[in-house]
Design a protein around this ligand. Structure first.
Ligand code: ZN
Length: 685
């Protein structure tokens, strides 16, 4: 066994694995998988769990694990050799998985197993794995009559091309416009770094003055800080009409939207659904478009009075303090920033002094220990960087799993924060495999002997990713495809992560993980109160805005008839107006073209799924409120009994049963929106 990527006996051998190991190992594993699949589909014996699913799982896991290591190293050690090794194999790996997804003989095997007598004897988790396989094959057109398959494929390909074009148009339109300022007086109010960036942008074009593009880092400071109302108005209009009929015709996304909607409707019809929203919801926790719409409407009804209050407050402030009357859409960001500073300002830098890394980690591990009765112990394993760490989770002397923790930003590390699986819990013919997770963040590292300190945002990020990690590590499911985070519905996956964030807004919990980096003093209560107030600033307005996008997306894919061909853009705008009349408090001007830049739903994977942001927030807030109820009067909400129940009903079961069932089992009832509203400060006085 000379190639360490092919050694599955223990943890990844990060000290031995080199870029040159990638191609031979991954090719060998793909070949082995192909050979196994060929052998299985040629086997005339009826498929059983033991003769079909088990070998598929084991062989697939080896490839998944090895490729996972390569992907991980590519993300945390993005040097040219690793990038090259990863990119060289990516097309082969992708095409192998695409080939498996289209293999109708495999589909037939799963179908036979589903219809066999054995199916009824299998555990619900195993039945669910087979159901998921069949569902995915069906959604990719496996069950269509042969005559319809070429058209289905055409629809998929045109949709991909349109999505790519939508993004390109938006990017080109964003880059097509710039505002030039020649008189320095017109820059009043802007922060120095924004001015310097605008000057540098002009310089790159070899011109005098300042150039403001529509890219976020240039656009946002103008809308928030520029005293120059004309400049704000011009940039607002340019930004709001990007990729529309008001700009260059070849960059107009309007016709693309109409065409995408028609293709999605056609796809839905071929698959036997009434509309695309129904297709989108098949692998999700929400069951029907009507259910999602009712959810959004309930939240809207409750949030709108607070949004109206936010707006009235802002208008009054703008009128009396800023002489802006009436308040125009291009004044909102500007006036809001002034109001925020006047009422709720605090310094992130000041807060940061109270969160030294060791204290935060101790606090985080303490929360986990108290809630679940587990110990987190430093352990050793081969690592990819001396700054990374490795931990073990034990309970009553037994090891439940391990995780890597790589907190600090490095030049060769991909940005952002994430949790990924290095290995998943699985009980197979060779015994029990415990789960292993990667937790990766990009926080600043130590400078000059002092421990690194975290902003409160960093602390939230760490808790968030750790929530995903616990979902993966505390699983008790034995079947790989639904253990840990595997097989969890798309709109339920953020429940355990957002749930953990809530603890960072609890005074008792948060205070315990603070210690001023110089004095050792805990976070002052007064500063914490300001942080809470700032968090809830304009939460009503922000909520109805998210609801406007969600409702527009859902109704567009369920109510607008696209069966007769491309939908005229007028119909799309009409629906948006209707949604705004129902939920919005600030109605944009008639020339505003929001849909033309709504990439999430037209170029990303969020079509009829934008609601899932709020959905997951509601679930996690409502789950957290069980701890608030249990802790009431006890002085702490780190309630062990409730923690055990959360573990048992949510974390332990992973994707082995529907998320709604898990939620009901934990909470004893259906999800309610009240906790989220309360956490966002939307409570009637
Ligand atoms: Zn997340």
């Amino acid at each position: 066994m000379s190639n360490p990527l092919l050694d599955f006996s223990a943890l990844p051998r990060f000290d031995d694995i080199r870029p040159e190991h990638v191609a031979p190992a991954i090719r060998q594993l793909i070949d082995e998988n192909r050979a196994l699949i060929a052998e299985l589909v040629a086997d005339p014996a009826p498929p059983t769990w033991a003769n079909f699913v088990t070998p598929m799982t084991e062989e697939g896991e080896r490839l998944g694990r090895a490729w996972g290591i390569v992907g991980h190293l590519h993300s945390v050690m993005d040097v040219p050799e690793w990038r090259e090794a990863y990119n060289a194999m990516l097309p082969e790996v992708s095409s192998f998985y695409a080939e498996v997804g289209q293999n109708l003989e495999l589909f037939e095997k799963y179908r036979l197993l589903h219809d066999s007598a054995e199916y009824d004897m299998l555990s619900p988790a195993r039945q669910r794995i087979i159901d998921h396989e069949l569902r995915d094959f069906r959604l990719s057109g496996a069950e269509l009559p042969d005559a319809d398959k070429p058209r289905f494929k055409e629809i998929q390909e045109e949709q991909s091309a349109l999505a790519a074009k939508f993004s390109e148009n938006l990017l080109d339109a964003t880059n097509a416009h710039a505002e030039w300022i020649e008189d320095e007086a017109e820059l009043a109010g802007l922060p120095d770094d924004a001015i310097a960036a605008a000057r540098a942008a002009a310089e790159r074009d070899g011109k005098p003055g300042w150039k403001f593009t529509l890219q976020m880092p240039a656009y946002l400071p103008v809308m928030q800080y520029a005293d120059n109302r004309e400049l704000r108005a011009r940039m607002y209009r340019a930004y709001a009409t990007r990729a529309s009929e008001q700009g260059r015709p070849e960059l107009d996304n309007g016709p693309l939207i109409g065409r995408i909607l028609a293709l999605r409707a056609e796809e839905a019809k071929m698959l036997g659904y009434r509309n695309f929203a129904e297709v989108s919801l098949v692998p999700k926790m929400a069951e029907t478009p009507e259910e999602v719409l009712a959810f959004l409407r309930e939240l809207a009804t409750k949030a709108k009075p607070f949004a109206e209050r936010d707006l009235a407050e802002l208008q009054a402030f703008a009128r009396t303090e800023l002489d802006l009357d009436p308040l125009e859409p291009w004044d909102i960001g500007y006036a809001s920033e002034k109001l925020r500073q006047a009422r709720y300002a605090f310094s992130d830098q000041e807060v940061k002094q109270y969160f030294p890394e060791p204290k935060v980690l101790e606090g985080l591990f303490g929360v986990i220990r108290t809630l679940y009765g587990v110990d987190i112990v430093a352990d050793t394993a081969p690592l990819w960087d001396p700054g990374a760490h490795f931990f073990r989770i034990d309970r009553d002397g037994a090891t439940l799993g391990h995780f890597y923790l790589d907190l600090h930003a490095r030049e060769t590390k991909r940005g952002g924060a994430w949790m990924d699986s290095a290995r998943s819990r699985y009980v197979g013919p060779r015994g029990t495999q415990t789960p292993v997770a990667y937790l990766v963040c990009n926080f600043p590292g130590p400078v000059g002997g002092k421990p690194p300190t975290f902003t409160h945002d960093d602390v939230l990020t760490l808790f968030h990713e750790c929530g995903h990690g616990l979902h993966h590590l505390l699983t008790q499911v034995d079947d790989l495809a639904v253990s840990g985070i595997h097989g969890v519905e798309w709109d339920a996956v953020e429940l355990p992560s957002q749930f953990m964030e809530n603890f960072c807004w609890e005074w008792d919990v948060l205070c315990g993980m603070t210690s001023h980096v110089d004095t050792g003093a805990p976070l002052p209560r007064e500063l914490f109160d300001k942080m809470i107030a700032a968090k809830n600033f304009q939460s009503g307005m922000q909520t109805v805005r998210q609801l406007e996008f969600s409702m527009f997306d859902l109704r567009l894919h369920s109510e607008v008839d696209a069966s007769a061909g491309p939908v005229p853009i007028e119909r799309v705008m009409e629906l948006l107006d209707e949604v705004r009349r129902e939920v919005a408090v600030m109605i944009p001007p008639p020339w505003h073209r929001f849909p033309h830049s709504f990439s999430h739903i037209f170029a990303g994977g969020y079509g009829a799924g934008y609601y899932s942001y709020k959905w997951a927030e509601v679930l996690s807030a409502d789950a957290f409120s069980a701890f608030e109820e249990a802790g009431a009067g006890k002085g702490t909400l780190l309630d062990r009994e409730t923690g055990e129940r959360f573990w048992r009903e949510i974390l332990a079961v992973g994707g082995s049963r529907p998320a709604l069932e898990s939620f009901r089992a934990f909470r004893g009832r259906e999800p309610r929106v009240d906790a989220l509203l309360r956490h966002n400060g939307m409570v009637s006085a």
